[in-house]
Write a protein of this length. Structure first.
Length: 119
């Protein structure tokens, strides 16, 4: 079991396994968040929260909702808003232990234009 946590620890995600790769996307939102996304089936992630609130943000087609800690502001993950968007969620791998993250291959996705991987 692997754990990712926001800065203050109010949101913690338990992951079934270490991701093989993470994605650095240059779309308008990911570029601003500076996230590295690890993708999981929603059933393979357990989300634990303290009593602190979380904030969500969606835009455009509203297929995804981005979640951040309401205390420290760290973006922790995104989830689909409906079954039409699939059963995949993204975990911000920047919230993993740096030693774990250092062992994972980073792939670059051109989400701003072509939606193709650049490597």
């Amino acid at each position: 079991m692997l754990s990712a946590t926001c800065h203050c620890g109010a949101i913690r995600l338990q992951l079934a396994r270490r991701p093989r790769t993470v994605t650095s996307c240059n779309c308008s939102i990911c570029h601003r968040y500076g996230a590295l996304w690890a993708y999981y089936k929603t059933r393979d992630v357990r989300i634990l929260r303290t009593s602190a609130r979380s904030d969500v943000y969606s835009w455009g087609d509203r297929f995804l909702k981005f979640v951040r800690c309401g205390v420290c502001g760290c973006v922790t993950h995104w989830t689909p808003t409906s079954s039409r968007a699939g059963d995949r969620m993204g975990i911000n791998a920047r919230n993993l232990d740096p030693g774990v993250l250092a062992l994972i291959r980073v792939r670059r996705l051109d989400g701003a234009h072509t939606w193709k991987y650049l490597d």
